[in-house]
Design a protein around this ligand. Structure first.
Ligand code: NAD
Length: 274
């Protein structure tokens, strides 16, 4: 198993100058990787995620300082439509526009269907799917006014294929691929694109928790869990990096990607090529 080190990712300086990006769940993992890549490309940012207020402020200020761009933070809870509405209003009040929306916030729970906790099902559907419906319906007015917009939904290889014990996650991710296509069709004539990124395993805190859980459950060493359990379906046997996800998002937000819409872009080391 190879762990890919920091990449020379594609964040062309200035390519997103003057653009405002809202990235949900951007205080950790893939969302933070995308937020960093956008900031490096010159975008103003709305950061969002859950965590202690002082840590969130530290992260916001650091991004702003490192990239010389304007960053605001919203503590909106993606399981709560009223909270999502407040976040979108705050973003428009601060920047006057939303050009790029990344629906990334997501959680996972693993259990057989019969014992899958009903409250976890509801929460996963709310955060991983319904939040994207709410942000999209609320952000579209700004994009239509400007005749330009980019919506990027962070789905998963599990938006294209299934694995056992992940009923809510797989259902939500398949559904967000469907939402991506509908959004693309409804906006295609207004300079707006909507695409889904479908990553295989990306090394983040969410994945680290799964490695620890599986190692304990199967009493296996960590290396075996990574290769034989997590990356069993991923032919390149390599975790992707959050920097790579940032690079893909910057590309999808660029002018070069203007004709890509309604796509579910696999970034899965060959998983869905099986
Ligand atoms: P992560 O746990 O590192 O980050 C999740 C982010 O979402 C955090 O910022 C967290 O604060 C935020 N969040 C969680 N619940 C929230 C809520 N109710 N309201 C607002 N924010 C909330 O996870 P990650 O691995 O970076 O995953 C990000 C996205 O990528 C998810 O949608 C996940 O399904 C998807 N994904 C991850 C992988 C992977 O291998 N890591 C693979 C495919 C898809």
């Amino acid at each position: 198993m190879r762990m890919t080190p920091m990449e020379n990712a594609y964040h062309p300086t200035g390519s997103l100058n003057g653009k405002t990006a809202l990235v949900t769940g951007s205080t950790s993992g893939i969302g933070l990787g995308i937020a960093r890549a956008f900031a490096a490309a010159g975008a103003r940012l709305v950061l969002n995620g859950l965590g202690p207020a002082d840590e969130m402020e530290h992260l916001r200020a650091k991004l702003e300082e490192e990239h010389g761009t304007h960053v605001i933070y919203s503590d909106a809870d993606m399981s709560n439509p009223a909270s999502i509405e407040r976040m979108v209003t705050e973003a428009r009040d601060a920047f006057g526009r939303i050009d790029i929306l990344v629906n990334n916030a997501g959680i996972q729970h693993v259990a057989p269907l019969e014992s899958f906790p009903v409250d976890k099902w509801d929460l996963i559907l709310a955060i991983n799917l319904s939040s994207a419906f709410h942000t999209t319906r609320l952000a579209l007015a700004s994009m239509r006014e400007n005749g330009w917009g980019r919506i990027i939904n962070v789905a998963s290889a599990h938006g294209l294929v299934a694995s056992p014990y992940k009923s809510a996650y797989v259902a939500a991710k398949h559904a967000i691929v469907g939402l991506t296509k509908v959004t693309a069709l409804e906006t295609a004539e207004q300079g707006i694109t909507c695409n889904a990124i479908c990553p295989g395993y990306v090394y983040t805190p969410l994945v680290e928790a799964q490695i620890e859980g599986q190692a304990k459950a199967h009493n296996l060493p960590r290396e075996r869990v990574v290769r034989d359990v997590l990356l069993a379906q991923q032919p390149n046997k390599t975790f992707a990096t959050v920097e790579q996800m940032g690079a893909i998002a910057v590309f999808l937000a660029s002018e070069g990607a203007a004709s890509i819409t309604g796509a579910a872009l696999a970034a899965d080391g060959g998983w869905t090529a099986h």
